[in-house]
Design a protein around this ligand. Structure first.
Ligand SMILES: NC(=O)c1ccc[n+]([C@@H]2O[C@H](COP(=O)([O-])OP(=O)(O)OC[C@H]3O[C@@H](n4cnc5c(N)ncnc54)[C@H](OP(=O)(O)O)[C@@H]3O)[C@@H](O)[C@H]2O)c1
Length: 313
């Protein structure tokens, strides 16, 4: 496993990190979930991403119990705030940031998170209030650094321009061979401002592993077939996308990589990406994905990927 510095922070994160949306505490039973985390640690993954809203606290509870007993400074822990925890508990007001962080720390069984992230931008709270509250939790030692997720470049810029508040060190956008939107505005800003990107759904929720043949029902043990995990895959299940993805198989074979490794090496080709956050339902997937760390794709491979996917982007 290779490691990268997360933006301007002093956090060093594994190029492949493990997330817990839909999976841990929700769709994946506890033994399998624990086996994934254990395999992650075995292969050198040191970075775990979660959110208060994943399973309304269940993902944090699971991680807290599973990481309990490890040296706290042997892993980097990130969680998030914004999405509803109840009808009234949501958003990025100062009150919510303090309240939700306390609850996250309790579930995670720790005194601090390494990275506390705004899960989305909150249009109903003044940015000054949000950033001041983030500054306060950093001063109190409850979060080491602050990050954001899916903020537009202009919103990130506005936060950076505020005086006397903590500096955002990371951005968490969706990014994959099939979803390249951050390349336009967010990555250039992050590059110039030393903000690291930890990118989500780098496998397009498993589609880029090639496991979904077009025109066939999804494999029984896959996300697409799962009641609890398969409802958010949207366009990735369309036949034109699945057809194009099948054409990546010979490119991966030619590079001596699995399709998952090809997709992960593709996002990691950019220095502005600090880590690819994968999901995994089985420890073998963690191992397969971790082996993408350190892989360099040639210009010919990158061109072949674009030739195959351009029509569906
Ligand atoms: N900030 C945000 O708004 C946001 C949004 C979404 C996600 N995230 C973060 O990003 C993380 C990853 O998202 P994601 O789960 O969508 O990522 P992903 O890595 O694109 O997809 C993960 C899923 O693909 C399948 N898979 C993974 N590796 C595989 C392999 N080697 N071979 C075959 N199948 C494989 C597994 O599902 P099956 O085995 O069930 O098919 C796995 O659960 C989340 O856990 C969360 O921490 C953040």
């Amino acid at each position: 496993m290779e490691y990268r510095r997360l933006g301007s922070s002093d956090l060093t994160v594994s190029e492949i990190s493990l997330g817990s949306w839909l999976t841990y505490g929700v769709g994946v039973e506890a033994d399998a979930a624990r086996a994934c985390v254990e395999r992650a640690i075995d292969v050198g993954i040191n970075f775990f991403d979660t959110a208060n809203a994943y399973g309304r606290g269940a993902a944090e509870e699971f991680l807290g119990a599973t990481l309990d007993g490890l040296e706290r400074d042997s892993y980097v822990l990130a969680t998030k705030v914004y999405f509803p925890m109840s009808r009234t508990d949501k958003g990025l007001s100062a009150e919510q940031i303090h309240k939700q962080l306390e609850a996250s720390l309790r579930r995670l069984r720790t005194d601090y998170v390494d990275l506390y992230q705004a899960h989305r931008y909150d249009r109903n709270t003044p940015l000054e209030e949000t950033m001041q509250a983030f500054t306060d939790v950093v001063r109190e030692g409850k979060a080491r650094y602050i990050g954001i997720s899916e903020w537009a470049a202009g919103q990130i810029r506005s936060a950076l321009d505020l005086p006397d508040v903590v500096r955002i060190v990371s951005s968490q956008p969706q990014y994959s061979m099939l979803w390249r939107k951050p390349e336009k505005h967010v990555f250039p800003l992050c590059q110039s401002e030393e903000i690291g990107n930890i990118v989500w759904s780098p496998l397009a929720q498993g589609v880029l592993t090639g496991k979904y043949p077009p025109g066939s029902p999804p494999p029984a043990d896959s996300r697409a077939a799962s009641e609890s995990m398969g409802q958010m895959m949207g366009r990735w299940r369309d036949d034109d996308v699945l057809d194009a993805v099948q054409k990546l198989k010979p490119i991966a074979d030619g590079a001596n990589l699995t399709m998952a490794q090809l997709a992960l090496a593709w996002v990691l080709r950019k220095p502005v990406v600090s880590s690819a956050i994968i999901g995994a339902t089985k420890p073998e997937q963690v191992e397969d994905n971790a082996a993408a760390s350190g892989v360099k794709l040639s210009d010919d491979v990158l061109q072949a990927i674009d030739d195959v996917l351009t029509a569906v982007l």
